[in-house]
Design a protein around this ligand. Sequence first.
Ligand code: PLP
Length: 386
Amino acid sequence: QLSTRITGLTGGGSDGWDVFLKARRMIAEGTPVTELTIGEHDIRTAAPILRDMHASAMDGHTGYAAVPGTDSLRRTVAARVEERTGVPTTLDNVLITPGGQAALFAAHMAACDPGDTALYIDPYYATYPGTLRGVGAVPQAILTRAEDAFQPRADALKAHAGEARSLLINSPNNPTGVVYSDGTLDMIATICRENDLWLISDEVYETQVWEGRHLSPRALPGMADRTFVVGSMSKSHAMTGSRCGWIVGPEEAIADLITLATHTTYGVPGFIQDAAGFALGQGWDFEAEIAEPFKRRRALATRVLAGQNTVGLVPSQGAMYLMLDIRGTGMTGEAFAYDLLDTHHIAVMPGESFGSSAAGHIRVAMTIEDSAFETALQTLCNHAEM
Ligand code: PLP
C-alpha cells in the first residue's frame, strides 16, 4: 500500500493535461503538430556556457559538491539578489537547489507544518497544489478575475489569510504572463505582515518583463525575514535541463534548509554550478538577449490580435506565454483546445488546466520561430471566428 502522500499528490482529479498528452501522441504517430504548450525555449543553452561546463567537468568537478552550493555560486546569487532588492544578502542567505521546482518544495517544507493551510493564486503553475500537498500542507486557492488582469485582490486574500501559514506568488506569471504591479505587491506584503505569513515568491521568469518592472517582495519593508525567493537558471539562461536554481531567505531558515538538502537532494553537480556562475557572470544584457524572442513575439501577437472580436489578449507584461480570452466563442478552453488540435494540428493549453479562474481562456507558449508563430496565431483567430 503506497502512502496517501504520494497517491494523493495530484488531488485525485484529472490534471487537465489531456490535450497536451494527445498532442504528444499525434507527434509520436507522425502527425506534424504546431506545439505551443510547453514553457521551453526554442534555443538551446549557449555554447560558451556548455564549454565552461565541459571544462569544469574535465577539471575534475564531478564528485560530490558542497551541499549548500559552491561558495562562488552562492556569492554570485547573493550579489544578484542584493542588486535587485537593495537588501544586504550574503552567501548564508542562499541555498543552491536542483532547479526552481525543488526550491519550491523545500521552501514550503520550511514554511509549513503538516495540516497547515498554504495559499496559492489561481490560475497557477501546474505543479503548485501537488507541491503543497507533498509537504503535507492543505492547498487553498485564491481566485482571481480576468477583469482584474488576474492580479490578486485584497478581499480574496484576506478571506483566507487568517487561517494560513504561507502564501505562494509567481510574478511574472505562468500561465497568464501578468507582472504584479507595485501596488499589488505592497498589498500582499501588508497582508503577510498582518497575518504572520511566510511569502514564497517564485521569480523564475524575473528576466522576462516587457513592460514596467519586476519587483521582488524581498525588497519591501519588513519582508526579507518572512520571504523565500525562488530563482532558477532554467528560463533566464535556457538551461532547463541543467537543473540549477536557488532559494534566498533568512539565514537561520537557510541553515535548516541545508540540513533538509543533506537528507534529500545532496546538492547540485559542481560542473553545473560552475557553468551557472559563468552564465550569471555574463550580465543582464546577456539575459535580455535570451528573453528577446519572447518580447518580439509578444509584440507580434499584439499586432495579429488587434481588431479581433472573438479572441482577446489578456493584458500581460512578461513571461513566455500569452493568455487568450476565447469566451466569445462560447466554448470552454478545453473544448477549443481539442478542436484546434483536431482541426488544425495546433496544440495549446486550456486555461482550465491552470485552475478555475482561467476558464474560457487558453495559454499559448511563444516558443516557436516568429513566422510559424504568426501563422499559428492567425489560424487560431480564424478558427475562433467560425
Ligand atoms: N515555477 C514556474 C512558474 C514555472 O513555470 C516553472 C517551470 O516551468 C518552474 C517554477 C520550475 O522551473 P525549474 O524547476 O526548471 O527551475
